[in-house]
Design a protein around this ligand. Structure first.
Ligand SMILES: Nc1ncnc2c1ncn2[C@@H]1O[C@H](COP(=O)(O)OP(=O)(O)OP(=O)(O)O)[C@@H](O)[C@H]1O
Length: 614
């Protein structure tokens, strides 16, 4: 059997898909092995030590056989000492040498694998975070995460364990069979007639049993989902008085788990008895026939012992191949998936922080010129259709329209997450393509609808807007964003940890942190994606004030849901189904009696009035 995995990061129970081994897939695997190159000296030394330790391992049956024969006064091999003590001491000497060699082989293999794997992990991660947004809209985060964790751990196992084990087993198998034949061709014939059938049967049956236990695991996971769902939605369960229903659902699922496990237990029992019977049966068979040969004087008892031990070596080695082969298949599958990411074309973003500083300043003039856009993942749906508008430096332009009309998509285009299929986006009258990506993104900031805070301190979260900011700058930004007061209200102030393991901030507080972040970034162009969920009036006032502070002296593109907040905008662009319906100031648009803006405005006004009346 393959050895326990050394420092394996693979999650238990994660069964990775296998890939077919063919020329192409093996070439892919070899490509990843190029990551071993910087450590090739150590790797070759480890391989050499592996070779030596496997060969020395093969000498022990010889020592044992010779020891037994020496006790009968026989001297089997001229290259070994003739006395019992001489052989015993030499055997210990060899054992010591093997232990020494094995230590270095294991340490070196792990060192090489860990370092090269860290290199692959780093490259894959770097690649992932510089890939264009389109890549992410087609994939789930969990799936990408598993490339970095499960897939790479599988490759790590392949380098640390599987590869070494494969080489060791090949040496043991060929050496073992050779020695078996040398000791007794007749017994070897008997052994080789039995072994392959026994192993094939054990492997097939073993797989069947593993399949059943996986079914049981899956069922258990299913029942755990019931618990998870119920606990997450506990308020719903209680509100609908559905405790009994949920308990029944869980109980049913548990009964299914037990049924599968019990069925598996029977097969497991048969398998265990069969294996024990076969292993001991074949040993008894060999010793039985061997004893006949010993009694006929064709074999010495020492040679019979030698043979039995070699036989066990060979059987264990044959038995380990199916698992090793399966592991290689999984590693090949994993490397295919990792290479797929490495082969993708990333955005031109430098991984060295100071190389990403602003080279060309943007004053803040922004215009869309007949922009036509469809998401690459859904090319048949045109999301923006011939959009043109202009925001002069320092102006406030609001974008208004029903849900799904394409407002956030326009923000994504300004940030260069995607590129229009037709038309142009201009910064200070120059095509966006003529700037470096980092220049644009460094000078455009977005305050999104759902502010994502990282699981660090408030200080770190604000500093995300400018990593080099000093503590004073951060506090100043927080003060300007109306956030200082609530932050200093926490016992740990700016060092308060937020996110899952820390305090939960309210929507308005999160928004103000995002505003502080944007203030630190000090962009020329600002995109405000207004939160749809309304804040209470005090919180809204604080956020609105902070936004006003943030918008001062910059071009602001406001994606507005509440039309009351954009009356002062220099220009309002009303879009519907990806096309501009009308543009103008609030007054101009309100004067258009048939206009969409006036209609939406009245709708909001009326619904507000009805709420207030109630
Ligand atoms: N990543 C994406 N891939 C494919 N289609 C998308 C993607 N993001 C948005 N869309 C589609 O593009 C259209 C416009 O979406 P967008 O988010 O820009 O609208 P919106 O006006 O901002 O809506 P809301 O006011 O609800 O936020 C929608 O039909 C949406 O389904």
């Amino acid at each position: 059997m393959a050895r326990g995995r050394l420092n394996s990061g693979s999650k238990q129970g994660v069964e990775l898909p296998k890939a077919k081994l063919n020329k192409q897939t093996i070439q892919h695997m070899v490509k990843l092995l190029s990551y071993l190159k910087p450590y090739r000296g150590k790797f070759i030394a480890a391989l050499f030590f592996l070779f030596i330790s496997s060969l020395t391992g093969l000498t022990f049956p010889k020592f044992l056989g010779s020891l037994i024969d020496a006790s009968h006064g026989k001297h089997d091999y001229s290259f070994l000492p003739a006395t019992i003590n001489g052989i015993g001491l030499l055997a210990f000497g060899m054992l010591f040498a093997q232990a020494f060699v094995s230590f270095f082989r294991v340490v070196w293999f792990v060192q090489v694998a860990e370092r090269s794997l860290a290199d692959i992990r780093r490259d894959t991660y770097f690649k992932l975070i510089t890939l264009p947004m389109n890549f992410f809209s087609n994939r789930r985060v969990g799936e990408l995460n598993s490339r970095i964790s499960a897939d790479l751990s599988q490759i790590q196992d392949a380098i640390t364990t599987t590869l070494a084990e494969m080489i060791r087993q090949i040496i043991v198998l060929t050496g073992g069979i050779t020695f078996l034949v040398i000791v007794s061709p007749k017994l070897t014939l008997l052994l080789l007639c039995m072994l392959p059938f026994l192993i094939a049967f054990a492997v097939v049956f073993g797989r069947f049993i593993r399949k059943i236990s996986r079914q049981a695991q899956d069922k258990l996971a299913e029942s755990n989902t019931v618990v998870e769902e119920t606990l997450q939605g506990i308020a719903n369960v209680k509100a609908f008085v559905n405790e009994a229903y949920e308990a029944g659902r869980y109980n049913k699922s548990l009964r299914e788990v037990v049924a599968i496990a019990v069925r598996g237990a029977k097969f497991r029992g048969v398998f265990a008895s069969f294996i024990v019977f076969c292993i001991f049966g074949s040993i008894v068979g060999i010793i039985w026939f061997g004893s006949v040969l010993v009694s006929r004087g064709e074999l010495s008892s020492g040679q019979l012992t030698e043979f039995v031990i070699y036989g066990i070596f060979v059987a264990a080695s044959m038995g380990s191949f199916p698992e090793l082969y399966a592991n290689i298949q999984k590693a090949v599958g994993a490397s295919e998936r990792v290479l797929e990411i490495l082969a993708e074309e990333g955005e031109p973003i430098e991984m060295v922080e100071h190389n990403n500083t602003v080279v060309e300043h943007i004053e803040g003039n922004l215009s869309f010129n007949n922009v036509v856009f469809a998401y690459p993942s859904r090319p048949e749906i045109t999301v923006l259709n011939s959009i043109s508008f202009e925001a002069k430096a320092g102006q406030k332009v609001a974008i208004v329209g029903p849900s799904g009309s394409g407002k956030s998509t326009m923000a994504s285009l300004i940030l260069q997450f995607y590129h229009p299929q037709e038309g142009k986006i201009l910064f200070d009258g120059r095509n966006a393509d003529s700037y470096s990506l980092t220049d644009i993104r460094n000078q455009v900031a977005i305050v999104p609808q759902d502010v994502l805070l990282f699981g660090g301190t408030i200080m770190e979260n604000i500093a995300y807007g400018k990593l080099s900011a000093t503590k004073e700058e951060i506090i100043k930004a927080a003060q300007r964003a109306n956030a200082d007061q609530f932050i200093t209200g926490f016992p740990e102030g700016y060092e308060t940890v937020v996110g899952e393991r820390g305090v939960k901030l309210s929507g308005g507080q999160r928004q103000r942190i995002a505003i502080a972040r944007a203030l630190l970034k000090n962009p020329s162009i600002l995109i405000l994606d207004e939160a749809t969920s309304s804040l209470d009036s005090e919180s809204e006032r604080l956020v609105q004030e902070a936004l006003e502070e943030l918008m001062k002296g910059r071009t602001s593109i406001i994606i507005a849901h509440r039309l009351s907040t954009i009356r002062e905008a220099d220009q309002i662009v009303v879009i519907e189904k990806g096309a501009i319906k009308e543009t103008g100031s609030h007054e101009e648009l309100m004067n258009n009696k048939e206009g969409l803006y006036r209609y939406l405005s009245q709708l909001q006004f009326e619904s507000k009035e009805t709420i207030e009346e109630k």
